[in-house]
Design a protein around this ligand. Structure first.
Ligand SMILES: [Cu+2]
Length: 503
């Protein structure tokens, strides 16, 4: 049976396994050798910030480059970075600005840079159709229309997204607006406002970051055994003033779901992918899929110390994730906050954050259905051997078809409100739609947790179906369509992705 044939039958035969304040310089010099010798905890790296809140005077240069990076284990890992030796800068901008980017590709392979979460037209979205060849520069002018929110950017190179993002082609974009800048919230970067990029990695015997695409990695996505925060092996620690501390968190893992909690007290969730929630939501834990962002507040007036921690399952993939949910996993500290006695901002935990328009499902003109397919009969180990360290397209699909750059799968009318319904068998997939934010109507056939009821661009699809309510306001023509896909990057590379136009 060839790959195309089995995709046609995949619906009934899915497999169960499923699945430093901004220096302007390169930063990331942690003095790791000294601190490692003295303590087991590394300092939290402060990712260099490109801050445009005061205006933009010239084009913004981002250079994708090959580099070496020490994750804190004294190994020399071969990495990619964007202006940095690993990951990109934190880019802080304001609603209403247009960002004149010059993105230069100096790595040894074709690449792209996708702005995940931005409400922008398809031709500046940075998806697989906006390839940047080696040595070339892509110069999109990116308009920032949406409200304050934490977004990110990463490689979206057809078939190579998993490897390039794993090696370091990812960064964060913080959008502020008048409301967020005047809100009584912590917002001094590196003092009481921190961006955390969470990833899982594997290191070889020489302490170098490694990535091997085995059959198992095809099926379940890459799952590393070592958690990394901002490019440093966890746990990391940070000294903070007395008061509220804001953590803006991105799950930039290729495939791992993260169940986050605090060692003391609940998580105070104030924002999700698309911006502020209507009210602060308290949760004992939150489950973050790859691609998701949440902002939380930690009250360091009440605590001398508090840890952000993750529950990792004992097993692998979806089973490890479930093990974590049901208490079978191991608690791993990601970040220790130590209160240093300095007086921080005199803020109190906010109640009302944003007046959110609640979209009306009755306005939806159409319901589209997407079945996420993994083939039950594929010999992924043989594919991995045959293709080397490339996922290759066609082993997985949506509605029975693997991703095809030449095929438009859906045509949406600009300005329409729609319901998108995603279904799976027993697998777990995080689903992402480009060019929009949406509201989750149903997750696993039920109301989503309170912290996931705001604006989102990611939804968990597991053991059944999920539905989102979405409106498309920007154009994506046939030569520059938007993508929808599983954000387990190996699944995306294997074909669990489709294309749609908005006209
Ligand atoms: Cu998937």
């Amino acid at each position: 049976m060839n790959r195309r044939d089995f995709l046609k039958t995949a619906g009934s035969s899915t497999i169960g396994a499923g699945t430093m304040l901004a220096t302007g310089g390169l930063g990331f010099s942690l003095g790791l050798n000294q601190s490692l010798a003295q303590t087991a905890t590394r300092p939290l790296p402060l990712i260099p910030m490109m801050d445009f809140l005061d205006g933009i005077n010239e084009r913004i240069s981002l250079t994708l480059q090959s580099a070496n990076h020490d994750f804190g284990n004294s190994g020399v890992s071969q990495t990619f970075g964007i202006n940095n030796d690993y990951l990109g800068p934190v880019i802080r901008v304001k609603q209403g600005q247009t960002l004149p980017f010059d993105v230069t590709n100096n790595i040894d392979d074709v690449s792209t840079l996708h702005w995940h979460g931005l409400h922008i037209p398809g031709d500046v979205d940075g998806g697989p159709h906006q390839e940047i060849r080696v040595g070339e520069t892509w110069s999109p002018d990116v308009p920032i229309v949406q409200n304050a929110s934490m977004n990110w950017f990463h490689s979206h190179t057809h078939g190579k997204t998993s490897q390039q993002t794993y090696k370091g082609l990812a960064g964060v974009m913080l959008i502020e607006d008048d409301a967020s800048l005047s809100a009584d919230l912590p917002k001094t970067y590196g003092l009481d406002d921190f961006t955390l990029i969470l990833q899982d990695k594997t290191f070889n015997a020489a302490n170098e970051m490694s990535y091997e695409l085995t059959g198992e990695v095809f099926e379940e996505g890459f799952l590393g055994d070592t958690m990394v925060v901002n490019g440093a092996i966890a746990p990391v620690s940070q000294s903070v003033p007395k008061g509220l501390v804001r953590l803006r968190i991105l799950n930039a893992c290729n495939a791992r779901f993260l169940t986050l909690s605090m060692s003391s007290g609940p998580l105070n969730v104030i924002a999700s992918d698309g911006g502020f929630l209507a009210n602060t939501v308290q949760a004992d834990n939150i489950v973050m899929s790859p691609g998701e962002r949440y902002e939380i507040l930690v009250d360091m007036g009440a605590n001398q110390t508090n840890n952000l921690q993750v529950t990792l399952g004992g097993g692998e993939g979806v089973f490890g994730f479930l093990g974590g949910l049901f208490g079978g996993g191991n608690l791993t500290t990601l970040l220790t906050l130590n209160q240093n006695g300095d007086q921080g901002i005199d803020a109190t935990m906010p109640d009302t954050l944003a007046n959110m328009d609640i979209p009306d499902p009755a306005q939806a003109t159409i319901t589209r259905s997407f079945e996420l397919n993994m083939d039950g009969n594929t010999d992924f180990t043989a594919l991995a051997l045959a293709w080397g360290n490339i996922c290759g397209e066609g082993a997985m699909g949506i509605n029975g078809q693997p991703m095809n750059m030449e095929r438009i799968d859906q045509k949406v009318r600009k300005g329409d409100t729609e319901i998108w319904r995603m279904t799976v068998g027993e697998d777990l997939h995080p689903f992402h739609i480009h060019g929009c934010s949406f509201r989750i109507l149903s997750q696993q056939g039920a109301e989503p947790p309170a912290y996931a009821q705001g604006w989102k661009d990611m939804v968990h699809v597991e053991d059944g179906w999920s539905e989102v309510l979405v409106k498309f306001d920007y154009e994506a023509p046939e030569h520059a369509p938007y993508m929808y896909h599983c954000h387990i990057l190996e699944h995306e590379d294997c074909g669990m992705m489709g294309q749609f136009t908005v006209t």
